[in-house]
Structure formats: structure tokens, C-alpha cells
Design a binder for this molecule. Sequence first.
Ligand code: ADP
Ligand code: ZN
Ligand code: ZN
Length: 762
Amino acid sequence: MPLVYIDIVLPLALHPLTFAVNTENLPVPSPGMQVIVRLGPRKLYAGIVWRILDNRPDLKNIREIESIVGKTPIVPEYQMKLWAWIAEYYMCTIGEVMKAAIPTRLKPDGFTREALDAAAYTPRSIPVYTFGPAIDSLQKLHEAFESLHRATKQHAAMIDFVERAGMDDPFRKAVPRNRLASEAIILHKLVEKKFLAVYTEENLPDGIVTVADTTETKSNASLPDLSPAQRQALTQISTQFETKEVVLLQGVTGSGKTEIYITLIAQVLFKGQDVLYLVPEIALTAQLIARLRRYFDERVMVYHSRFNDRQRAECYEKLRLGESGRLVVGVRSALFLPLKKLGLTIIDEEHENSFKQTEPPPRYHARDCALVLSKLCGAKTLLGSATPSLETYSNAQSGKYGWVTLSERYGGAVLPQITVVDMLRATRRGERISHFSRALLDKIDNTLNENRQVILFQNRRGFSPFVECGSCGWTAGCPHCNVTLTYHKAAHSLRCHYCGYTTSMPSRCPACGHDDLQPKGFGTEKIEEELQNLFPQARIARLDSDTSRSAGGYRRIVDEFSAGRTDILVGTQLVTKGFDFERVALVGILNADNLLNYPDFRAAERAFQLIMQVAGRAGRRTEPGEVVIQTSQSDHPIIAQSVAADYNAMARAQLAERQAFLYPPYYRLISITLRHRDKALLWRAAGELSRIARPVFGRRLLGPDAPPIDRIREEHIVTFLLKIEREQSFARARRILADMIAQINAQPEFRYVAILPDVDPQ
Ligand code: ADP
Ligand code: ZN
Ligand code: ZN
């Protein structure tokens, strides 16, 4: 029997497995193609051919593949190279990368062939319309319009069709149903009159093309007129791209980075190449999409994390089977889409840590992967930010990246005036009502009187982060995690923000029986309630993950605010991105302390970035805005740097600390998390890792430590941190660590201890 051996990736936490192809019945599939294989006694999987082997590997019982799906690869070669890089760099299996990269419907499984086929993606066939047999000339078209002069709806539907088909050779064009505005019944009447005919795309008569597939540029708007500063930045970017693969565009908020992107995108699309435009989840707003659609129309393809799997598969297949010249705007996983001819990758808000996936593996950073992707495709990368990550900043400083700055806001708008309110002093002087300083309240009052809007930022949702008994000091904790429960007043419940555990608020203290349970601290919900008492006339809304969970929730809140039907918007991080409302005159940061005190070496950098981002929401264009920062650490250097909007001062100070304390960008980090339900066993495993690793890594290895939250969902947690000097081989350190982990998991006692490396943790 003539057999050829191939390695196949399956969507499981495994490296590729070897199967055989019986070449008497099947052709040899090429890498990237989809094949159906059986694993275990019954289960069928759709896997991806990873590589063709030259010889039979030394394995027993190599199974044959069941069948081959399609005739062309579903994963392009450059994507497979990216997968390999990710698996190696982020210390995970290729199967885990495949799980993240491919929509579920394109990697179906099932216990029978029928079940597998039912789970697979089948393209939805949209009807397309052409002129019908009664219209084969302009003369006939003219007559048709005459005959419809009384049937206004049908007349309008014909006009709509002709407009969509375009006047250059409309007789050879088919228009998809979803591009026609008319009701189905009207279209049906026109088909009956033989003015229109309806087909599916697969059955179109020869020589007719579907309008949506034509690649003629159909920008509805001419490109933005750039300001002189923007034009200069654009020229500099283009010049830098002549010698550098990566350019950082550092432009203050409101400088019009998006307009520059749009101009660059147009240039790349014009060459017939694709653009990948990655944004953090919360920046992928309707506003941004509408703006891009205005210029690039149907070339824009959005890849949202709220998409269901069918929509993802549709995107994937459209790109795979379609033409190049696309603009994909998406969140981090858009990185894996099968673009045909990537010419440019843009990563906006490149400093955002949400570009890093933490759970499940691959724990990849989309920005860093995008750099690799661009390189594999010979494309350029533009990183955009008002406050670049220190990693990117130091690459720009060293000349590894090109660096273009844009320091003025568009249209002469000035940066907002920032006022710091010392909350300790305000308390001492009695200038404080609950969580608000007198100064902030006065400014809110003035702003409302001027009929302008206010945004208040508080990075905790819920009513209060913990509940305490006034008599005995008992606090409500999660039974599954080592954290306090957050009180949500509207729902009258206590919730764990880590595992989702929810219980109703007890009426009496479960420990001592007194009815003296007091909500402590404050979250967005409490701020909203207190504000409403202080400003009974104001229309107040709250934007956090509780109010925006439902599909339309976010949209509704933002639309109301944008239409001026809300006066004050209280919210978490969600209010910091992609908002561009001219009437916002005042932004308040209610408690900068919990940004500054976050236990992480990036806390100061993050606090600065966040304050700048929130502040950027105030006073765009017409009038200057104002920002109030409430803090009890008014002499913290980050506060002064924020007031001065002095990114360089922040960067210099932070980089000095990073160097002194051995952190990135001077050192590379791998955090290692161990998890198990049995605490004693877990610590024994940690001791074992320590015992093996210490002699090799020495003082580069820190730990084991119990993290601040050392139990989540019943699992206890222990962490290590590995710090590797830039000059050392990071690849070698990762290999050694991977071997050690395998060695520990190979001991029967520790087999089920999860040991999870996180490379470049955020
Ligand atoms: P950034 O992303 O740098 O914070 P944006 O690109 O969102 O800034 O621009 C800020 C505002 O200024 C937006 O409302 C944008 O439409 C407007 N704007 C910027 N540049 C131009 C331009 N060249 N022409 C017209 N409007 C512009
Ligand atoms: Zn009590
Ligand atoms: Zn919990």
C-alpha cells in the first residue's frame, strides 16, 4: 500500500500528530489544507496539514486520514510560519495556536461524519439580482421606467438597482440582495415583470459579475485634508519606511492620528495590497467603523470580538477566497486572518495591555506578533499612540524603529487644563462631600450650567468593592476565591469579579448577627447614585461592563451621550477610548490612588497613560477642556508629569527605575504560574521547580510566592518570575524552562499541577 506520512495540527493542546495518506485513494494534501482524521476510538476532527514527512517516522500504529476537505489550503503558508513562531516564543503547542487562530466552524469535530459536517461552516448564499430578460438595452430600460411611472415603489427599486449596478455596462452586473434597499415583495414584482432576474452567486450566468466583488475603488468621500503638521508627519512616516520596517507615530490625543492612518491606508489599497488595522477592543467603536466606511466602503472588513463564530468564519472565508485590497479593522485575533497581500499593519494605541491575551494559551501579544507577521509578509508596521509603551519608546530611541511625533492637536485645540485636588487636605478642611471634593463639585455645577457635558472616571465597577460588619469586622468573601465580594446595589447582590459567584446581600452579619453591614469604598454605581442626589436635575448615565453587557447596551449609552441627552457619564476604562464628543468640557478622575498603588512594575506607566487618555476626552477642538484629578498622593511624580503632559519626563524616570530594578525593556520576563486545588501538593511542586531551576537560573529566578489573590475558582496559586538579561539568549532560557516544566509534570505526583509560563507578562 503506497503511504505518505504527514503531520497534522489538531485544535487541541498538542503538537502536530503523524498520520498517513493512502495514495491509492487520495491525493497527497499540501500544507495548510484541511483533512479529517479520527482520534481515539471514535472522535473525528478537522485538522490542518502541518508538513509532509520524507520517511515513515519511528512510531507504531500510524492511522490513515479519513478524507481531504477542499482543494486549496485554508491556512496560508505565512500564517503557518506565524503559528510556529508563536508556539515557540510563547511556549505553547501549535494546536493551541490553531484554536485561537481559526473560527470554530472551520475546525469542526464530531463523533460521526454527519455531526462533523453539521458543525462545519457552509457559506450562506445571498440572492443576487441582474436585469431580467425584458431589459437588454438602454431603450428597453427606458420603456420599463415609463411603464412603472405609477408604481412608485417599483420605480424606486429599479432606480436603486441601476445605481448599485453602476452605469458602466449595467447589463453585466449582479447586485447582492443586501445592497438593495427595496422590500422583498417589490423586488419579486419586478422579477415577475421580467425587469429583474434573481440568481445565487454560484449559478450566475457566464459573464456576469457581482458588484460587491469588483475591486474598483468606490470611496464615497475624498480623503481628509491634512493640516500642515499632519502632512509633515505623513511625509516623515513615508521617508522612515524607506529604511525602517517599523515606525512609531507618537501623537497627542486629538492630533488626528486616524486621519493620517486613513491617508496611508488609501495609498496601500491603491497598490492593491491589504491593510491590517488592529485596535484594542474598546476602541473598535461604531464611530471609527463609520469613519473608515465613509472612505473605503466595502473594502472594510470588521473583525469584532463580539462577533459570533459564524460571522468570524464568514470573514475568514471571504478573505481567503476573495481578492486582495482589503482593510481589516479588528481586535487582536484579526492577526490570524488569511490576508492575501499584506502591505501595511497599523496598531493603534499600541501601549494598550489588552493586546496581550492572558487566558487561554497562546498568551500572545498582538503587537509583537503583528511585527513578526509584517516581517513574514514583507509589510511595514505603524505603531500609533499618544503615550507609547516604554518598550516601544526605547526601540524608537535606539533607532530600531522610525519615530515621528505630532505634538499639536488638530484645529488648534489646546490640551486641557489639569487641576490636582489633594483629597487629604480637602478632608481636613471639610471641603469634601463623600467621594467628591468641593472643587470638583463646583466645576461640575459650572459645566452643567453652561450646558456642557462631564465624564467621570472610576476604575471600579459595582457599588462598593467590599462589605464590612461594623460590629465585628467580618467581611464578605468569595467562597471560591480569596477576594472580597463587590456589592451591587441595584441588583442587591454580592458578586465575585473573578469567578462570577453571586449571592444576595445578607440582611444581618453572618458572623455576629448584628444588622450593621456597611458597604466600603466606592465603585461606579455608588458614584452614580451620589451624583444623582447632589445634582437631582442632571441626566446621569453609567458606562461599565455591568451596563454595557447586553448587545445594544453600550451603543445606547454612547448614542444618548453623543446626542447630548446625557449630562454626566460615569464609567470605567470604557469611557477612555474612541470617544470624540465636542461638548465634553470637564473630565474628573475620582481616585487616582488606585491607579498609582496597583502592585505592578508598570503601574506608574499605566497610570500616566490612563490619565492622559481620559484627559484627552476633554475639550476637543472648539473650547479648551478641564480635568480634575482627585488623589491623596498629590506629590507623586506621575501626577506632576500628568499635569505637565510630559511624556518624556515620565519615560526617563520610569526607564531609570526599570533599569535599576531589572525590568523590561532592559530585562525579559517570564512569569510562571502554578495552580492546583491541593495547596500542600502545589507548594511541593513549587519547591521541586525551585530545586531544579535555581542552580541553572540563580538569582534570575524569583519565587515561589503567593500572589495577592492566591486562590481563584478553588485553585490555589503560586508564582515565579524569571528575569533574563537582554544580552542572554532568551530562546535558550525558554527551552530550558520548558524542559523543567515537562520534567516536573512527568513526576506522577505532580502530573495534574498546571504549570503555566507567560512570556512578556503584562
Ligand atoms: P487621535 O486619534 O490622534 O486622538 P483623531 O484622529 O481622533 O485624533 O482626531 C481628533 C478629531 O479631529 C477627530 O474628530 C477628527 O475627525 C478631527 N480631525 C483630525 N484631523 C483632521 C483633518 N485633517 N480634517 C478634519 N478633521 C480632522
Ligand atoms: Zn458582625
Ligand atoms: Zn470568586
